[in-house]
Design a protein around this ligand. Structure first.
Ligand code: ADP
Length: 613
């Protein structure tokens, strides 16, 4: 075992669950149903009503009629006609139900999905980068996106069953009332008791579900690690898979202890509720009905059998209503998370001025902290003018990438100001500002799309788009001919099809670099552009940057001092501060940290060369 096993999982803070919240959240989701599929709600109400009426007619009215007809000796022809009408109704109700459940509801699901997921995706785009740093927010977000597929749809299905249950219960109760008020009253009381127990049970289950969330989250993560390709190499090394298996066992143990803990509340509750509801009906009310039938000559066989059927029918319906109340509580939990995203107000707020072409970038006393305490960027002052080639260097964790994120306004400064063409970047319209900068990050990602789409970051519309993508790939020295079977239309990654092309780390990096060239921005930011490139590719990239970006401004972060050599100015970072500034010669002469870094690299290079000879 390489890590200490964490046996206990923290108990998450409980979320509020009450009936009002559930009703409010259900109404909130109905608004969405009305927004995207207005007819869905009314058709659901219609189907539920038809089903409820049919249930009462078939299970109570028809049975009473048959028994009474036999007892009073009604003509066979009349019984046959009534039975025929019922048979016809069965066919109609069945066709309606089959259409609703097998055709209509699936069509509607797609419409709802399209509308709601569309909204979530748009919202996801507007979330602050910092949301992804907050695991709780991020997990809820993942859950909301994953669930949005079918949640509203299944909520409406539950609503149909719930409504049909309520309507048919009211129907059955009124029939019972007209026959025997005492039995109807007992059934009403049992229903209320049943509902109260159900609500109590829901409350306990809700609390259980809340605690279960965190356990599920951890279990899901471990499962993902074992099936996602990106972990495949790591889990084949060392003892990490054993450790994860142990963690998974701990997850299962936590689940068992959770079940045990809640069973102590749920089991006694279920025993008492069963005695006061279905056992009372089974023995008490049943006994009463039998005695009535035997001693009271006015009670017909039809009334007796209707009484028996109605009591059990009612009990079944009420139990199912309680179940659906549980389901609505569950849906409400989802709606809370869904609302959390829709109501999220980004902290990085767009200004209104459209950004003009790049002239200068100035940072004045810039500080930034991720957690509000530790300054990752600490009082940085610098100015970059049009056409300059600037290098940010420094050891890992010095704050270089963070500074780029601050410049891109993925995060806002904690204090100080970033000026673009002399104006605070907060005043610019966010997307117009970001569009003026072409940036490639270390952890760039390729999409399951064609090469051209990956380079342009957009749909390819015409021949000139292809030309732009091709030129950009050539600058980045991507081997188009050798690598791309279908030219620029070659699909990347095997995400959708086995025909998709997988690229090496260096090739992927070249595509990411090509994106920056295709964007044709005056300000380019390259974070470790050559980290995955071999020395020849690195040399070619440096040449390309020098040749093709003569009039452009380039900021690059690089550990490769061969790259930083060509910079007009180098900023050496340490602990979020600029500790040295100047061009390569100046900094070497200074004999400070930069010179030290450079000498170590140069020595390493000499040693490698010597060992080859
Ligand atoms: P560099 O690019 O110089 O290697 P970074 O800017 O990536 O350094 O990181 C600077 C510091 O900020 C590091 O200590 C890192 O752990 C921290 N850091 C980076 N990203 C985050 C984040 N999303 N949340 C909290 N801390 C972060």
């Amino acid at each position: 075992m390489i890590f200490k096993r964490s046996k206990k999982l923290n108990t998450p803070k409980k979320e509020k669950s009450n009936i009002f919240l559930t009703v409010k959240n259900t109404a909130f989701m109905f608004k969405y149903v009305f927004k995207y599929t207005p007819m869905f709600f009314w058709i659901t109400v219609f189907v539920a009503t038809t089903n409820a009426v049919w249930q009462v007619l078939s299970s109570i009215v028809y049975i009473k009629y048959i028994f009474d007809a036999i007892e009073t000796g009604k003509a066979f022809k009349e019984i046959a006609i009534v039975t025929g009408v019922f048979a016809l109704l069965i066919v109609v109700v069945n066709i309606l139900n089959k259409w609703f459940w097998n055709v209509y509801i699936y069509r509607i699901q797609l419409k709802l999905q399209e509308g709601m997921q569309g909204e979530l995706y748009m919202k996801a785009r507007s979330l602050d980068q910092s949301c992804y740093d907050n695991p709780e927010f991020y997990n809820d977000f993942v859950w909301a996106i994953r669930e949005s597929d079918g949640r509203v749809w299944s909520m409406m299905i539950d609503f149909e069953n719930f409504l049909a249950g309520i309507l048919s219960s009211v129907g059955v109760l009124s029939i019972l009332w007209s026959m025997d008020k005492l039995v109807a009253l007992i059934c009403c009381t049992v229903s209320v008791v049943n509902l109260l127990f159900g609500m109590l049970r829901n409350k306990i289950n809700y609390a259980k579900q809340q605690e279960n969330q965190k356990i599920i989250r951890k279990g899901d993560y471990i499962k993902r690690v074992f099936y996602l390709a990106e972990y495949a190499k790591e889990i084949r090394q060392g003892n990490i898979s054993e450790h994860l298996e142990e963690e998974y066992t701990a997850v299962l143990e936590s689940k068992v202890s959770l079940i045990k803990r809640f069973a102590k509340k749920i089991v006694p509750l279920n025993v008492v509720s069963s005695l006061l509801t279905n056992k009372l009906l089974e023995f008490g009310v049943m006994g009463y009905l039998v005695v009535q039938y035997v001693v009271n000559p006015n009670v017909s066989l039809g009334s007796f059998s209707v009484g028996v059927t109605a009591v059990f029918n009612l009990y079944d319906r009420l139990t199912s209503i309680t179940y659906f109340v549980t389901r609505f509580n569950e849906h409400s939990l989802y709606v809370e998370k869904f609302k959390k995203f829709l109501n999220y107000e980004p902290k990085v707020v767009s200004g209104i001025i459209p950004a003009n072409d790049f002239e200068s970038l100035e940072l004045v006393d810039v500080k930034f902290s991720y957690n509000g305490e530790d300054d990752v960027i600490d009082n940085v002052n610098l100015k970059i003018n049009k056409g300059e080639k600037i290098a940010f260097v420094g050891y890992n964790g010095a704050g270089k990438t963070t500074l780029i994120k601050v410049i891109m306004r993925l995060y806002d400064v904690t204090s100080g100001v970033v000026l673009y063409n002399g104006t605070d970047i907060k005043e610019y319209d966010l997307s117009s500002y970001r569009n003026k900068i072409g940036a490639v990050f270390q952890d760039h990602k390729l999409f399951a799309a064609t090469v051209a789409e990956n380079v342009l970051g957009d749909t390819v519309e015409n021949e000139s788009d292809y030309m732009t993508a091709k030129e950009a790939l050539e600058i980045a020295d991507f081997p188009i001919e050798q690598k791309l079977k279908n030219g620029l239309d070659t699909i990347l990654t095997k995400e959708y099809s086995k025909e998709g092309t997988e690229l090496s780390g260096g090739e992927q990096q070249k595509i990411a670099i090509a994106r920056v060239f295709a964007k044709k921005c005056d300000l380019m930011i390259l974070d470790e552009p050559s980290s995955a490139l071999d020395p020849i590719a690195e040399y070619k990239l440096n040449q390309a940057i020098t040749e093709k970006t003569k009039d452009k401004t380039v900021i690059f972060i690089s550990h490769r001092l061969s790259t930083t050599r060509m910079a007009d100015r180098i900023y050496m970072f340490d602990n979020g501060k600029i500790i040295e500034e100047g061009n390569h010669e100046e900094l070497i002469n200074k004999n400070g940290k930069y010179a030290e870094m450079f000498k170590i690299q140069a020595k390493k290079y000499e040693n490698e060369k010597a060992s080859k000879h």
